[in-house]
Ligand binder design. Structure first.
Ligand code: NAD
Length: 333
């Protein structure tokens, strides 16, 4: 066997394994391996594809977002795709990314004003809300990024999803964010599960994801879910910067992920290093810091690659295994 067929074989094997774990995680809310184990498989595939770009195929998990929508739900097509994020594992990766952003913006007259926004990366489930004339009309999961599940009634049970917006929002507005469960609420919920003789849930992310993707909204209503918004899909055009869009969402009465603005990548790196040390001081599960170019014009100039925007990157923390009890996962209870 030649080295070429070996590599091809390994790539196919990795793709098959990753597809299997994607299904367990995104579709069934029941992962079998830790995020660190998954990330190691994904990282190996990404590295092999990087060395052999001729072997990259459109159906590779490195080119596709999330998992397919679950049968049983109506499907929602996202007018603005819900993408994933490129990852930075080390602070050096942030500096490399900054250099790439500057290179791509090249002649941009505004390059002097390049600013970055940092936000905590919440480990929950991405959803898109839709408001028409200020009224909540639909809610959807990210699904495969293009088509998600219609979970309108389930999201309506969350207090942080208002029925009506205040302060004259655009006719169509799609706030996007993460549904999650605060750690104290998760512990209380699991305590009640155990007291009732039921098995506890593995971690807040799985409980949140499983709770949103319930066919009966009454079950969702019993779960201690909340939501932070961190962006806008359709209706986001009028805002000149990401930070002004977040301020506007707050003004409309939505719960917005706190953010900071930086005028250098050094400031961003400091912020990431701080949170890597203090992640457990936050009352909910976070797995990194998301860094975004603030200017919408610069975002547009940078564009996207297959599954992630070029104008954002997630600095991922080292994995924390303590809260994951993978052998005790419950599916769709
Ligand atoms: P991602 O989680 O690395 O990044 C994209 C997501 O970040 C967005 O969709 C959004 O939901 C979320 N996010 C949180 N806070 C945000 C903020 N402030 N701004 C913007 N987005 C924010 O990418 P992904 O493709 O959703 O998931 C990949 C990760 O999921 C892997 O690295 C792995 O850790 C985990 N995973 C684990 C398994 C497993 O079997 N254990 C399987 C598949 C995926």
């Amino acid at each position: 066997m030649t080295e070429g067929t070996d590599i091809r074989g390994r790539i196919e094997e990795l793709r098959e394994r990753i597809r299997y774990h994607n299904r367990r995680y995104y579709v069934e809310d029941a992962p079998e391996v830790s995020d660190a184990e998954y990330d190691a498989l994904y990282g190996e595939l990404e590295a092999l594809e990087g060395e052999h770009p001729e072997l990259v195929t459109a159906d590779s998990p490195t080119q596709r977002v999330g998992g397919e929508p679950l049968e049983g739900f109506e499907q929602v097509r996202h007018a603005v795709p819900m993408l994933s994020l490129a990852n930075a594992r080390k602070l050096d990766d942030l500096h490399e990314w900054d250099a790439r952003v500057r290179r791509l913006l090249g002649e941009d007259e505004e390059i002097e004003k390049l600013r970055y926004v940092t936000e905590l990366k919440i480990d929950g489930l991405a959803v898109s809300l839709r408001y028409e004339d200020g009224r909540y009309v639909r809610g959807a999961t990210r699904g495969n990024g293009t088509v998600g599940e219609d979970v309108t009634a389930n999201l309506r049970t969350i207090r942080a999803v208002p029925e009506g917006l205040s302060d004259d929002p655009p006719g169509v507005l799609e706030p996007r964010g993460e549904v999650y469960i605060p750690l104290d609420k998760f512990d209380e919920f699991n305590g009640r599960q155990e007291a009732g003789g039921k098995r506890p849930f593995a971690n807040p992310r799985n409980l949140a994801a499983g709770s949103i993707r319930q066919l009966d909204p009454k079950i969702t209503a019993e779960r201690p879910l909340t939501m932070f918004c961190y962006g806008i899909g359709e209706g986001g055009e009028p805002y000149e910067s990401h930070s002004s869009a977040l301020d506007a969402l707050k003004g409309y009465g939505l719960r917005v992920n706190p953010y900071k603005v930086h005028d250098s990548i050094e400031g961003v790196a400091k912020e990431c290093a701080y949170w890597a040390e203090h992640r457990e001081s936050v009352g909910y599960q976070i797995d990194g810091v998301v860094v975004k170019v603030d200017s919408r014009e610069q975002q547009r100039a940078l564009g996207s690659v297959a599954k992630a925007p070029r104008w954002a990157i997630a600095f991922k923390f080292e994995p924390l295994a303590a809260r994951t009890r993978l052998n005790e996962i419950i599916i769709n209870v």
